[in-house]
Design a binder for this molecule. Structure first.
Ligand code: G4P
Length: 296
């Protein structure tokens, strides 16, 4: 599902979220582990300032593990609870229950003092489009519902999914609007495939991607595209894709390596551009995190 945001959308989404937040104890905020800054909308900090927060760094399977740990510490230092997950293959999901209980410890304690026993924690999932909200809810609720004896939901005005005796989840996630008016944020969202390809120039996008990889992950492109099979022979010829190399030249090497050619047998840069972006998004070139926390 791809979204184009207009002021009307944002106002509506914000209003809906303000209403929903009143009903819950905990915000489960999904971010993309490859771009944990650009894939979040900090307005949620204001909207949910009195609620406990669990940040799920999703798609951790595609991100750089070392940098994921740095980001995780960064969010923890801000007072959030953090779990790194891969909602699609269900990795990391086990740790979530415990973190929810930890994040809501104060509320549970407050209830206990007031003599309220066993009132489940109510939570809602929020995040920008494509960050994996539906995948997460399906993975998480699917498993939990099976565990509690196939009771899919409890209806009380809003649809709540009873995950277990301690947690209920609002069944519709809150959609946050991406902040792509900031150029660098927009670029990163485009690179991971969150913004419609049709409104972007794939050739330019691939050049930006190549520049980022050459500087942050020298060797990665060489590793995947550095060996070119010589024509009419089984031999491979090494090409040199190195730090500081010219991005257009690198794209040319990629076109050679993958034999991206037009009908007239010319190198087809656009085909190579689409290929490199596709392979990047699919994790085929490697696992990358393309931004780090700002020093503050
Ligand atoms: P949303 O509700 O926040 O809009 O996101 P959604 O769950 O629809 O997920 C968006 C895309 O991200 C889906 O791919 C989904 O499979 C993928 N995804 C979700 N979680 C993870 C994860 O942890 N790791 C990886 N690698 N991918 C994840 P899609 O291309 O739209 O669909 P499909 O290819 O799965 O059919």
């Amino acid at each position: 599902m791809h979204f184009q945001w207009y002021p009307g959308h944002m106002t509506k989404a914000k209003r809906q979220m303000q209403e929903d937040i009143k009903l819950i104890d905990l915000i489960i905020e999904l971010v993309d582990a490859r771009i944990p800054f650009s894939s979040r909308n900090p307005d949620i900090d204001e909207l949910g300032k009195n609620k406990a927060r669990l940040i799920l760094m999703n798609k951790a399977d595609l991100a750089d593990e070392k940098k994921t740990r740095i980001w995780s510490e960064y969010f923890k230092a801000k007072g959030y609870f953090v779990v790194c997950i891969d909602a699609r293959s269900k990795n990391g999901m086990k740790a979530i229950q415990n973190e929810i209980m930890e994040a809501c410890k104060e509320k549970i304690e407050r209830d206990r003092r007031r003599g309220i026993k066993n009132r489940p924690v109510r939570a809602m999932v929020v995040g920008i489009p494509n960050v994996g909200k539906s995948t997460f809810i399906n993975t998480y609720a699917g498993k939990a519902c099976a565990k509690t004896g196939n009771k899919p939901g409890v209806t009380k005005g809003k649809q709540w999914i009873r995950l277990n005796k301690n947690v209920e989840l609002l069944d519709t996630p809150g959609i946050l609007w991406p902040k792509f008016e900031d150029q660098s944020v927009g670029l990163k969202l485009a690179l991971i495939g969150s913004i419609k390809d049709e409104i972007l120039n794939t050739d330019e996008l691939s050049i930006e991607l190549i520049k980022i990889l050459l500087s942050d992950y020298p060797g990665a492109l060489q590793g995947r595209y550095g060996a070119v099979k010589a024509e009419e022979s089984e031999d491979t010829v090494a090409v040199n894709i190195e730090e500081g190399a010219d991005a257009v030249k690198v794209l040319e090497k990629i076109a050679e390596n993958r034999n991206c050619r037009t009908k007239g047998n010319e190198l087809d840069y656009s085909k190579a551009a689409a290929l490199v972006i596709d392979e990047f998004r699919g994790g085929k070139i490697g696992r990358f995190t393309i931004e780090m926390p700002a020093e503050d």
